[in-house]
Design a protein around this ligand. Sequence first.
Ligand code: ADP
Ligand code: MG
Length: 895
Amino acid sequence: MRQYLDVKSRYPDAIVFFRLGDFYEMFYEDAVYVARVLDLTLTTRDKGKEDPVPMCGIPHHAARTYLARLTELGHRVALCEQLEDPRAVKGIVKRDVIRVVTPGVVLDEELLDPRTPSFVAAAAGDGRRGYGLAFLDVTTGDFRATEAATAEALLEEIGRVAPRELVLPRGQGQVQDQDGEALAALVRGAFPMLPRANVDGGGDAAAELAKALGAGFDARAAERAPRAADAAAAVLRYAGATQPGAELPVARLALYARADALVIDEQARRHLELAESLLDRRRAGSLLDVLDETKSAMGGRRLRAWLLFPSVDLDAIRRRHDAVERLVAAHGARDRARKLLGEMSDLERLVGRARLGVATPRDLAALGRSLALLPSLAAALAEAHAGELRGAAAGEVDLLRLGTDGQAPLGGALGAEIAAELLRVLRPDAPALTKDGGYVNAGVSAELDELRDVAAGGRDRIAAIEARERERTGIPSLKVRFNSVFGYYIEVTRAHLASVPADYRRKQTVANAERFVTAELGEFEQQVLTADERRIALELEIFAALRAKVAAVAEPLLALAGRVAVVDTLAALAEVAHRGGYCRPVVDDGGVVELADARHPVVERLAAAGSFVPNDIRLDPAAEQILIVSGPNMAGKSTLIRQVALAVIQAQMGGFVAARAARIGLCDRIFTRVGAGDNLARGESTFMVEMRETAKILRQATARSLIVLDEIGRGTSTYDGVSIAWAVGEHLHDKIGAKTLFATHYHELGALAETHPRVRNVSVAAREWKGEVVFLRKLVAGGASRSFGVEVAKLAGLPGTVIERARAILRTLEAEGAGGADVPRPVAPAHADDGPQLGLFGVATPALPAALREVPIDRLVDIVAALRGLDPDELSPRAAHDLLAALAKKLTPRS
Ligand SMILES: Nc1ncnc2c1ncn2[C@@H]1O[C@H](COP(=O)(O)OP(=O)(O)O)[C@@H](O)[C@H]1O
Ligand SMILES: [Mg+2]
């Protein structure tokens, strides 16, 4: 128990799994808690004593499931193992923590999602000096850091990186930011479910990083980003402590600026359903789901990264397009490449595991097999590269070169060398466990082969001994056997006991037989056992050397793996482009976004084949800067405006676009804001949230940004809503100049175009046909002619009588109405205590505002009638005065 308490005192914030034989045991509060949440039986140690220790245990071989559940709950688990063979030591076996599994630092592949990175992140800094964010995937060594000037930007980047766990240095971030919030509180508020951990605040971050990364550390870059360096050092400190005794597989820190990638704010990521659907936060129904035709897990992770961090580098984007174009054209080569990629294991994680010293024989055998496929993959790519392209834009497509042909500095030769070595040494069916050996090929080590011969020769020897003893004793049924309790023995049935010679020593009596040992058997047994032990140890030795060999070249292997991941991603984008009939976009740094026959890649996929109606859209900061998109409910407004944003993201991530032709002027940021009405699922005080986010857009957007506004202003009264939407539109037009798509059911907004030259009205067409609404889904110039609300209501299944009544009311309203026939007149909100009253037009309308309720309705009608027939230009000042006085008098209650 003293040993346990010592370990626990060193890992106070972790649940300690204490290895006792075949079990991991937990004690004290750990036991009480874990027994409760994992539904284990709680027992006690030292029963009968005064203070029995609560304890619970799990079988060692089933630990993974429990680990998974505990880390999911946000806990850290310290694995305390036996460091010595209990059979070999007297007294207490030495034990210590060999690693700590945390929500963000996980090595067991069973606990990892192959297609998402597993980042542990750290944030540092404060509102005054700015913030830093760093994140590390220990399984691959992917390690990046950036800075954010504001808390808002920091939180957004955390959201985009989506770490599994966030580390905050102690004593840091106590300084409050402008809004008076310290870092920890900020993070807690924004990501309540994200597991958090603390780590000691460091001293000299740069020195720490230089020590850990060596040549892979760019001190100058870090000097320019001190907060990023702080965060990076904190991540290393935290992750390093989880692997006592092992070196973290981290060789390089990549510092990036947020502006290096297209900034997609959290709202946009959600509403555009990039990586998960809005409805159930699953992958199905997302753009990622449509695009992810990658064949390997590493490709899957890369594609995801490209999607969430699209590029803003024209050259880089075009190089990706070049490669995709070639792969689209080269069907056969693409198919072959994808097939090979599908046979590959996760090179990145395998190499990462080798470097961490946790790779198993099975892992390395898989690594060998995968690396051995590279020459064929390179050949398929070379073929795609050599293929004829009509109007080929591209010359050299470096992304399709794996370096196995000696072209690139990367070690294709190295890959082949390592592959050959792995395949030579390891059996193809190598097991995951090393304890029984059996994974090293014959012919690798002469000594090993000899030891195996002893074991195999053993079988012959047993047969020989058995035959000889039968002859000597004349007992035909005599058998030489083995069991784990007392090794080799001779069994003689009861009937022949009389013939047993004197040199047999009796060991055991069983039903119908007696068991004996002889000196010869004992000696033989010793030989075999020693040979076997030696064999297992030798295999382990050979394997450890092999793993070290891989670890030593982990960096170039990871670079190679990275290129394979890129190839897989490009091939996936090509496959999707080919199947979906996408086009290569022309990307330039002009501001125009122009799409011909554009579709929504996800909605199109879900719609019946061929039923999706494509549309042409053009946004141009110099002419069509703001498109006000109107149309009835269900017309397809939201779909249309989102598909423009998706096209920009797809183009800038390096993929093709769901359109016949596309021109994409590089965007720097994409924002979307969806009005409260379309966003009820979140159930928050929607209007406030909506306005805060709209404010953010107005603060951050530039002339290079793309803004998608869907029904904003909906969360308040109509008057407020129209006014806010109007003012936002004006600001975007006059002050910011960002390309904007503005879907709205406020037809009043159409009037913006009359006074603002770069505002255009368009609508998604619908027609009435025999009392039914027919959605044409075609974008046409001009505002919507009418809203078809009643028809949509009918479509939605409102009872016939209600529909008829609604039609009648609508007709009256339209006949009497003053404004555009389709404008439902804004009315003030009804008061709950008001019964229906006869409104201005002889139909039931919501109640009048309180100030008017005292006035008899007929007088109000008079006033309206008088005003309606009026031409102010015809009126003399005197007459106007008289009229006003008369009207005012009518408004006075009970006069
Ligand atoms: N261009 C289109 N072609 C075919 N179906 C479409 C198209 N656009 C939208 N739809 C379908 O119409 C439904 C309503 O579209 P949505 O964009 O939500 O309309 P709105 O925002 O105008 O209410 C969508 O669920 C989709 O299935
Ligand atoms: Mg909509």
